[in-house]
Design a protein. Sequence first.
Length: 369
Amino acid sequence: MSFVEQFKQLNLDDLSMRLYASKAVDVERAINLPSGNLDSLMALLSPAAKPYIEQMAQKAYQITRQRFGANIGLYLPLYLSNLCANECDYCGFSMSNKLKRKTLSDAELLAEMNIIKQRGFDSILLVSGEHETKVGIEYFKHVLPLVKQQFSYVAIEVQPLSQSEYQTLVELGLDAVMVYQETYQPSTYKKHHTRGKKQDFSYRLATPDRVAAAGVDKIGLGVLLGLDDWRLDALIMGYHLAYLEKRYWRTRYSISLPRLRPCTGGVSPKVELTDEGLVQMICAFRLFNAQLEISLSTRETPEFRDNLMPLGVTNISAGSSTEPGGYQNPNSQLDQFEISDDRSVNQVIDKMKLKGLSPVWKDWESAWY
């Protein structure tokens, strides 16, 4: 049974009622028996867990240090293109937005890579808008070998592809795929995706199955926090994660927890996620899954990122640009969303070291398997 089939069997209204009916005794039980238990994750994400956040944070810190030591992996996004054939009202790349459109040439790509490499990064995330004809599989097949010459670990965050297309990219050196459902609530998803192939909720939901079946080393899940009830979206993502880990147990998994940020033509959050709520979510997932990788982007403020890093985060970006060509020519008004943490890489690393954390530039290579 695929996750799409399992998802159809979930009663979201029932899950929501159970989530908000959680009591203190459920939270206390969950803190003691959190690992792999979806009922425990539900309790830890519930409003009833708010008085226990400090206790959750202490345990999350201990689990993270036991599993990952003091290491924090560093990566950087490289935006290939802001062309997009979808209409998504929360994204600066949305096709109706009047902004300059750009796809990197080989020369521009090499220039961006040289800058990123000079900063010390060896793990890179290739990002593009979703445009199958101009920035599709043929473009990725051309770009990936160029990038792989300089970076040992390469991830992509692009439009969903077929299993055979993912297999082709794996043969060219692809290591990871980030594919975010944005929201697991179909009515909300439909409201925010009004044109293009991204309207197909089920096709996107089935993408991690295709990625895993293609033999990709790592899969990243995520929801855009603020589109709807973040507690319910996070819980359903937990169900998705549990399904994937059971069926595709050789694959590594990560989650990203981005809050809705301002962008060209963007919408305001329907449900605000406070700093306290984001801490609760990170700690809940760390208690639920000790080996899960958790990424934190530059959407968050410098001070908040510094405080979050010891509590469960395993991967961060630093000195990021969200526009194609943005490392060579910054502030070209081609960006996807506003960045909150605009510190340099060295400034972020200095803060990490002050907290006793060790920056790790290199991820695993396929030669080690």
